[in-house]
Design a protein around this ligand. Structure first.
Ligand code: GLU
Length: 319
């Protein structure tokens, strides 16, 4: 069978300024796609309540400023709700869903209970057996249900699935009854990402390895929807000096912060390249040659610990 032409994607949430960790993942998604002569699509994952409109443009600007490009117009998940609703309706019709009235706290308590699920983080199936009367009662109490996937319609509980990651090899994870539609009616991330990757013809997902545990769920859901899942390459996150995920409080981590310290966008891209053990470029015009020589096997396997200089106090007020 001939290989599908590579189509990658970069899928940030417009909830804040991109930091060096985000920019580094964008660079990696770009390198993977372009090294293969492939396309790279931009998708805003904006179904989250924390979205702030100014960050659509600022994220596009920052990624372009460090010399990366993408194909076609960026899409927004908020414009694609019908696609997700169709997939949810399909799963509902086939009885692959059930309503869940649990609060986060109830789930945490059920999982911690001695007879709760032994699978870490897996939904213990509390609402699976609710009768219609019990559901009506909860609705009457003012609770609006989320919709969960009945992952193992014909079986007895959570299932295990092994996925092959290009960088990390085999990864086995649990597919539990995860949420596909939130209580407020918004399609959940795991549903939207599967529908979008298929609808956009994505063949290759490159993203931070914090999403590795979600991958078996996404591959399983793609199968239920009759969609071909993409390949996956999970890349290590960027960590701050204390070993936690890099954050704004760690110092000058956004492009604007670095420019305010008199660095140039080229300095920033060279910092990111150095973190990937790739030689510096003398201008962004050299990046296609970097993509041509790019070898994913040579990438560092460990997280990059970034120790940024202090953040310039641009507004003159403490933050
Ligand atoms: N929107 C997610 C993020 O900003 C990425 C999800 C994905 O790549 O599947 O981290």
């Amino acid at each position: 069978m001939s290989k599908r032409p590579t189509v990658g994607r970069w899928a940030p949430s417009p909830t804040g300024d991109l930091h060096l960790g985000n920019l580094r993942t964008a660079l990696l998604a770009w390198l993977f796609a372009r090294s293969d002569g492939g396309r790279l699509l931009w998708r805003f994952e904006d179904l989250d309540g924390a979205v702030r409109p100014q960050f659509y443009d600022s994220q596009l600007r920052d990624v372009a400023a460090i010399g990366l490009d993408w194909d076609g117009a960026p899409v927004r998940q908020s414009d694609r709700l019908d696609l997700y609703r169709d997939a949810i309706a399909d799963l509902r019709r086939r009885e692959f869903t059930y309503e869940c009235f649990c609060t986060r706290r109830e789930i945490a308590e059920a999982v911690a209970a001695p007879h709760g699920s032994s699978l870490e983080g897996a939904y213990p199936g509390t609402c699976l057996g609710l009768t219609r009367a019990e559901r009506d009662q909860r609705r009457g109490d003012g609770r609006s249900p989320a919709l969960r996937l009945r992952a193992d319609l014909h079986g007895t509980g959570p299932i295990e699935l092994t996925v092959v990651d290009r960088q990390l090899g085999n990864y086995t994870g649990t597919v539990d009854d995860f949420v596909i539609q939130r209580g407020d009616g918004t399609p959940a991330y795991n549903l939207a990402v599967v529908v979008d990757d298929a609808a956009q013809g994505i063949t290759e997902v490159v993203r931070g390895d914090d999403l590795l545990p979600s991958t078996p769920r996404q591959v399983h859901l793609a199968g239920l929807l009759g969609l071909e899942p993409p390949s996956h390459a999970h890349v290590p996150l960027v960590l701050g000096p204390q070993g936690h995920r890099l954050a704004k409080r760690d110092g000058a981590v956004t492009l604007a912060d670095r420019l305010a310290l008199s660095e140039t966008p080229l300095d920033v891209v060279n910092l990111l390249l150095a973190s990937l053990r790739i030689e510096a470029v003398s201008s962004a015009a050299d990046l296609p040659a970097v993509a041509e020589a790019f070898d994913p096997v040579a990438l560092p396997r460990e997280p990059w610990i970034c120790t940024p200089p202090a953040r310039p106090n641009l507004s003159g007020t403490a933050d």
